[in-house]
Design a protein around this ligand. Structure first.
Ligand code: GLV
Length: 387
């Protein structure tokens, strides 16, 4: 009848898989494709909790933390960001955001939305988006604003910069602030030492240098952060409540409490990524990303292609922001790279929108062979699209 909805025609579609060289999503480890098809596991079984234990051990390794409060959120990297901010910044408290790109802007949006209901205040300090912060600037802002927490992006995929945070934990703690760090596009590709650097809360994502699917977001919390979570008076949104999720993930070994239904293929995939990373080891992965990205930059230099970030030591070893020459349209450029070379790169976002093309030599694609292919294709595209 006119009231029913007829079945739609859902046809099989062909998809030409491009070489994934944007800022993410990255190509999977071949073993991850198989892992996604592993059996359904359910929260009543030991198999299920063994998988969670394996993931937590792997995450302690990749974050370099001995903390027990380590788990993965059911969601994209943004769920990690929401969790870190909502669980650690209480009503009426202040979050200082160190702003240089698009992701810290998201932190500001999240904190401001919470602030409408509970009075969280946001303070912002910024630098030009093709540079990074000095410790002096961050310390003087901590002194001025006296926040309960500071948010900073370690590697920033919108600008292609890497922020030095080695001493930042100590500086934050000196002023009574927790240090919250976004490692979405940097973890696995760049050295990160949570405990040694005094990071209090960190989140990442699996579709970047992990070389897995998007949709599960690793997070970890320090002892200081854990104490704050356990003693807090406020209740964050139920779905991202770390206190409850710690019980679901059996972080302390004595709870196996149902919270929400976890997605088995994502658990298998993350576990598989971690197995691959453990096999390679972090130092080897960091070195592979450093050498393939340095080689990529050298190849671009040979073609006189300019980079958005002027100082080599501030360039991120996973995602490069390549200057889009004057007069070029980024969509046309993107489409040409895809159609002619079957390479997927992405437009600039946030501060680099319309100004740069973002290229990821990252995860399983962090190799000199891929760097060569992309550098040659970029040079060809610049030549071909010259007006
Ligand atoms: C998305 O994650 C991006 O870097 O654009």
């Amino acid at each position: 009848s006119a009231k029913t909805v007829p079945p739609p025609l859902i046809l099989d579609r062909k998809f030409v898989v491009p070489l994934l060289c944007g800022p993410g999503p990255c190509a999977y480890w071949p073993s991850v494709t198989e892992a996604l098809a592993k059996p359904v596991i359910t929260p009543n079984c030991d198999e299920f909790y063994n998988v969670l234990d394996d993931i937590r051990a792997g995450l302690q390794y990749v974050f370099q933390t001995k903390s027990k409060l380590v788990l993965a959120m059911s969601g994209a990297g943004h769920s990690g960001m929401e969790a870190v901010i909502s669980n650690l910044v209480a009503p009426g408290e202040t979050l200082l955001v160190a702003s240089r790109g698009m992701w810290d802007q998201r932190a500001i949006i999240i904190a401001n939305r919470l602030g409408k209901y509970n009075g969280i205040k946001t303070e912002i300090t910024s630098v030009p988006s093709n540079t990074t912060f000095s410790m002096e600037q961050l310390e003087s802002e901590l002194k001025r604003t006296r926040p309960e927490a500071m948010f900073i992006t370690f590697g920033d995929s919108s600008t292609g910069t890497i922020q030095n945070i080695e001493r930042l934990g100590d500086i934050c703690h000196k002023y009574g602030a927790l240090l919250l760090v976004d490692t979405v596009v940097s973890l696995i590709g760049v050295e990160f030492l949570m405990d040694e650097w005094g990071v209090d809360a960190v989140f990442s994502a699996t579709q970047k240098a992990f070389s897995g699917p998007a949709g599960i977001a690793p997070v970890a919390f320090s002892a200081l952060a854990e104490e704050k979570i356990n003693n807090r008076k406020h209740e964050p949104s139920f779905y991202i409540d770390i206190k409850l999720l710690a019980n679901q993930w059996n972080c302390y070994g004595d709870t196996r409490t149902y919270h929400h239904t976890l997605c088995p293929p994502m658990l298998w995939a993350l576990r598989c990524c971690l197995q691959e990373i453990v096999k390679e080891t972090l130092p080897v992965s960091w070195a592979r990303h450093a050498s393939s990205t340095a080689y990529f930059h050298q190849r671009l230099q040979e073609y006189s292609i300019e980079l958005f970030v002027p100082k080599p030591e501030e360039r991120l070893n996973t995602v490069t922001t390549v200057m889009l020459p004057e007069g070029y349209n980024h969509l046309e450029f993107h489409n040409y790279m895809r159609e002619k070379h079957n390479i997927l790169v992405l437009e600039g976002r946030g501060p680099t929108l319309g100004k740069a093309i973002r290229v990821g030599i990252m995860g399983v694609n962090a190799t000199k062979e891929v760097a060569d292919k992309v550098a040659d294709a970029l040079a060809d595209s610049i030549q071909a699209l010259r007006k």
